[in-house]
Design a protein around this ligand. Sequence first.
Ligand SMILES: *[C@@H]1O[C@H](CO)[C@@H](O)[C@H](O)[C@H]1NC(C)=O
Ligand SMILES: *[C@@H]1O[C@H](CO)[C@@H](O)[C@H](O)[C@H]1NC(C)=O
Ligand SMILES: *[C@@H]1O[C@H](CO)[C@@H](O)[C@H](O)[C@H]1NC(C)=O
Ligand SMILES: *[C@@H]1O[C@H](CO)[C@@H](O)[C@H](O)[C@H]1NC(C)=O
Length: 192
Amino acid sequence: MAMKAARVLHLCFLWLLVSAIFIKSADCRSWKKKLPKPCRNLVLYFHDIIYNGKNAENATSALVSAPQGANLTIMTGNNHFGNLAVFDDPITLDNNLHSPPVGRAQGFYFYDMKNTFSAWLGFTFVLNSTDHKGSITFNGADPILTKYRDISVVGGTGDFLMARGIATISTDSYEGDVYFRLRVNITLYECY
Ligand SMILES: *[C@@H]1O[C@H](CO)[C@@H](O)[C@H](O)[C@H]1NC(C)=O
Ligand SMILES: *[C@@H]1O[C@H](CO)[C@@H](O)[C@H](O)[C@H]1NC(C)=O
Ligand SMILES: *[C@@H]1O[C@H](CO)[C@@H](O)[C@H](O)[C@H]1NC(C)=O
Ligand SMILES: *[C@@H]1O[C@H](CO)[C@@H](O)[C@H](O)[C@H]1NC(C)=O
């Protein structure tokens, strides 16, 4: 008698286990199915010229908070930890700073790790060219030393109304603490 009950219990347990696994894998499948195909892709560059105390004419970004010594014309140690910069950078279709700009990248970044170079970006591409009119807003963590970093496309206006997707950024070039250029490969999964 007791053996029979134990066997029934055992079968019940097995059934629960199998159905739990089944439900879980079904969930995974439906989650994967929901991932849409990209609906739009574009690659743009933006150029950040950091104010260094001597380049006021050409600078497109400036430190607004630099805790160490609070000297806003010099970057601090500790991988720039705590520095906050505001920027209004030209956007170009290729990697040439002197190409005609198609818009401005406007926003900020701050360095948020003491033991390595890492930043957090929040900015908007304001585009006003014959091809694109509207804006795309991005944010996300930027582990600068990694070659390709994914940040989120969280919205847009105009030609990019309610855009959502991923932007893969990479540092295309840099010159010391004065200039860097980011390549931005924008892949949208929601387009209207
Ligand atoms: C600003 O840019 C122009 C054109 O590229 C260059 O000739 C000039 O030397 C730059 N000025 C400064 C202060 O960097
Ligand atoms: C800030 O740094 C610049 C560039 O190194 C230097 O010329 C200037 O004297 C410094 N200012 C202060 C208040 O320390
Ligand atoms: C876009 O450019 C056009 C033509 O230069 C200008 O008339 C318009 O005001 C600009 N729009 C914005 C939002 O900057
Ligand atoms: C941009 O990113 C997408 C998605 O990761 C990729 O398929 C595409 O090849 C990239 N385009 C360029 C020009 O790098």
